[in-house]
Ligand binder design. Sequence first.
Ligand SMILES: [Zn+2]
Length: 293
Amino acid sequence: MLLVNWRENTHKTMKILIHVIFNPGEANEETTNMVLAELGITEYEHESVVTGMYSLVLEKGDERIQKLIDELNSFENSPILREERIYTKIETDSAELLVLYIKALCGDGYNVYGTEFDKSSVCPVCGSGEVQKSDLIINKFEMGNKDIAVAYSFEIVISEKLAKILSENNLTGLELRPVRHYTTRMKNEPNLFQIIPTCTLPPLASPPSRLVKAKEYCKTCGKSGLFIDPPFYYQKEDLSKVKVCDFDKTTEFFGIKLTRGIPRQAVIISQKVYQILKKNKIRNIRGEPVHLI
Ligand SMILES: [Zn+2]
């Protein structure tokens, strides 16, 4: 299992990792393994039986990336390359705004336990646009002792401890809503809350933000089938015209509308929130600097 270091790196400059994902086909597996060995690439994932996919991570600038691509190009499927930026501590600690990524899950979301949604203004084509009506209902056991986690459709659930910390800091742009357990057991304890960001930022500057439309992209509402290849860029001028809060959401919705999933707006936090989360050692989160241009 390859582990990507999500924490801040100690390099003096931002590090860019290149994820190389490819499927050489079953007949070429042996050759591929030889090529990887010759290049000295020992850490990679290979789902041999299931999909035949290989994935590995190298640092940008590593000459072996091109050599590997050259070798792989002789096979049918060309590799997919994805960049990942690892920012320095100085960069994350000085960014005015950061994209909030939450790595922990607290189980399946609304549809399993009956959270109610208002569907009166959903898109007639893709069905996106439902608005949460009732409190979020989850299986609280799945939260364990985590301070922050996301439910299936990226509803942000936090512990009572974190809710108290956020409330004490007079932050703007968030509403805390109680989270309920799906049965009458654990009616109150533990008290969990959902963070509802209430401020919306203007559209991202794109380009340079790379917005990717999947084949499922809904042309009617634009809320389903959109993805972003980070980083996030905003025009300073656009932000100067709106109220930027401590918790904000993007105008854009990301993800694909599925029976169980709802495309979500990304959550952007202020440096103040980032420092509060860090100071209180809240785990399972990552803040990625937003680029202001
Ligand atoms: Zn739609």
